[in-house]
Design a protein around this ligand. Structure first.
Ligand code: B1M
Length: 230
């Protein structure tokens, strides 16, 4: 069915989300924007739109990329469409009016240019009341250390999507130890190839499976931190 024949308002919610997944797969940014507006107009919560439409669509892209059905140019188009949808949701996720409960420096590690998941974590953390300093992609140890010195955050968040870049997180944590500041900061790590055992092995404080878990984990650690300080 071509897009011209589809009247969004006539679709059931399930069909709307199906279409969103298909259009994300096809990298259709303008269509994704319309569908995100349509879902929000129906009273869907921003987080529901994010997970049921955009993240679910990107999961299919990821599987087909892995299986050699999609290639980098198609995945880039899908990523662009995802970002178009996320840019509509971002202010909505951030405008919860939650009081500031802590701060975080976050960045994707050196050698890695994946930023969609990190951006999502940033949005959700901001929505939960954290002040977030986003360093972007491809961050060296110095980039993290400079940002920590400048912003003195409660939390350092690191993201890695490649098995070849995830070991760099340990390099950063070792540098924190060498500077004698490891104990001053909560280190949370995330990204598809990581798990709890890896986080433990590199001596991070916790692995966060997704953005919602990142928020919950950050809040949990902030409570402990404030308790210790009080
Ligand atoms: Co890439 N890529 N990619 N890619 N890519 C993966 C990661 C891969 C698993 C695909 C596959 O084979 N199935 C594979 C890695 C294999 C491996 O290492 N074992 C891969 C590869 C191989 C590559 C290249 C090497 C391909 C090539 O060039 N031949 C290349 C590497 C470039 C580089 O970084 N140096 C590459 C390039 C790209 C694109 C540029 C085309 C594009 C990135 C665009 C962008 O980010 N701006 C891309 C994409 C889009 C993907 C997949 C398809 C999707 C990633 C994504 O955005 N997911 C991905 C497949 C996959 O992950 N299944 C893949 C959606 C996002 C919401 O989830 O990022 O997991 P995720 O984030 C989640 C959680 O992980 C967690 O919360 C997020 C939100 O819920 N989380 C955190 C993430 N970071 C966190 C930080 C925290 C807390 C939680 O801090 C506190």
């Amino acid at each position: 069915m071509s897009e011209e024949e589809i009247i969004l308002s006539e679709l059931s919610l399930d069909d709307l989300y199906e279409l969103m997944k298909e259009d994300l797969y096809d990298g259709l940014a303008a269509e994704i924007e319309e569908e995100v507006h349509e879902a929000l107009g129906r009273g869907q919560q921003p987080y529901e739109v994010l997970t049921n439409g955009l993240v679910a669509g990107m999961e299919i892209v990821g599987n087909d990329f892995r299986d050699g059905i999609l290639f980098v140019p198609e995945v880039l188009m899908a990523a662009k469409a995802m970002k178009a949808g996320m840019s509509i949701l971002r202010p909505l996720l951030a405008e919860t009016g939650a009081e500031k409960i802590g701060s975080m420096v976050i960045g994707t590690v050196k050698g890695d240019i994946h930023d969609i998941g990190k951006n999502l974590v940033t949005m959700m953390m901001e929505g939960a009341g954290f002040e977030v300093f986003d360093l972007g992609i491809n961050n060296s140890v110095d980039s993290y250390l400079d940002a920590i010195e400048k912003h003195n955050p409660d939390i350092l968040g690191m993201s890695a999507l490649l098995t070849t870049t995830m070991p760099y997180m340990k390099v950063v944590i070792d540098a924190l130890k060498e500077k004698g500041i490891r104990k001053n900061i909560i280190v949370l790590v995330g990204g598809a190839p990581l798990n709890d055992a890896f986080a433990e092995a590199i001596e991070a404080d916790a692995y966060c499976r997704d953005a919602a878990v990142a928020v919950d984990t950050a809040k949990k650690f902030m409570k402990i931190r404030k308790g210790v300080r009080a």
